[in-house]
Design a protein around this ligand. Sequence first.
Ligand SMILES: C[S@@+](CC[C@H](N)C(=O)[O-])C[C@H]1O[C@@H](n2cnc3c(N)ncnc32)[C@H](O)[C@@H]1O
Length: 295
Amino acid sequence: MKARRHSGSVTTDRRLSVELGVRQFYDKEGWALDSDNGFVDTRRWGVTQGAHISHKRRVAEGIKDLFEGGEIFLNCGCGPFTDMAMAVSIDYRRRVCVDISRRALEICRDKLGGQGDYLCASMGHLPIPDNFADGTLCEHVLYHVEKSQQESAVRELVRVTKPGAPILFIYSNPLGPLNMIESILRSLGITKLLGGKKLYFFRWRLRWWRRFADECDVEIGAFDPISARQATALLRNARIAWLFFRACGWMEAKWPELAVCLWSYPMITLTKHVETASVSEATSCQRSKANAYAA
Ligand SMILES: C[S@@+](CC[C@H](N)C(=O)[O-])C[C@H]1O[C@@H](n2cnc3c(N)ncnc32)[C@H](O)[C@@H]1O
């Protein structure tokens, strides 16, 4: 007779198998260099069109104002430490890079050297004390975390970030029109334009984020109207691309809430309430002592 397994251990198995798949992909393939000395992942998913790069730079400028500076900037799922991470962390004294991929951390170490600390850990279980970071970025990571673990991973970042400090997630909107079309094409097995999938990927609807209002202010804004893959498939002409991003910039300014609904990538800012911090300090004092920051 088959032994019955506890549902908790099934969840843990699922979490570990997703993490292992993601880690192996990034260690062996995603952050490997291709023949042109670029990262395979960036080549596959990164933004390459001039108009798209300018759009992202403009948005990053706005985000910079959120990150006022301080002692510790935490970059969770840092990958190779993107230009945006570099720009928003400029006023912090130390940059703490966390990733499950050792290869990602090696790349960060080459970039930041002594200005960084490097921690190989999963974002759901951080060996970092409570209220540690003065600003936290988690860019294009959460949707690679097993779906039932995404809430606890977000709460872990809330735990380690100081009250009042920004925690910024770049996520994906399943109801964005381009994402919906992409999902339909993929479900029909049409992947020629968009490329096959190699990694675990799951995104909740944007209203899912409202659950964090119990301990944080939650703000959802528009980040990127189109993924790099979608742009490569749809905006082949540079002039059309330029017009598209101009129109998007105008729309974002005029109807920001509509842009959140339509764009492929939203940005979610959580700011922990001060009261939450004191409750969590009392209840997790033991845990944070045991989890002394071990970078
Ligand atoms: C799509 S890449 C994004 C990298 C970078 N933040 C960027 O925006 O280019 C996802 C990164 O998150 C890391 N990652 C995935 N799941 C993780 C987890 N549970 N904990 C920590 N890092 C994780 C991967 O190893 C990879 O480096």
